[in-house]
Write a new protein. Structure first.
Length: 29
């Protein structure tokens, strides 16, 4: 179960980074 939790946290972290990058691109336009 701890492995699943770690994977979940990794995915949520990557999603957050992706969303932040998309927001920065939108702001720069």
């Amino acid at each position: 179960e701890s492995i699943a939790k770690a994977i979940e946290e990794k995915i949520s972290g990557e999603q957050r980074r992706y969303l932040l990058n998309e927001q920065l691109k939108a702001i720069k336009k």
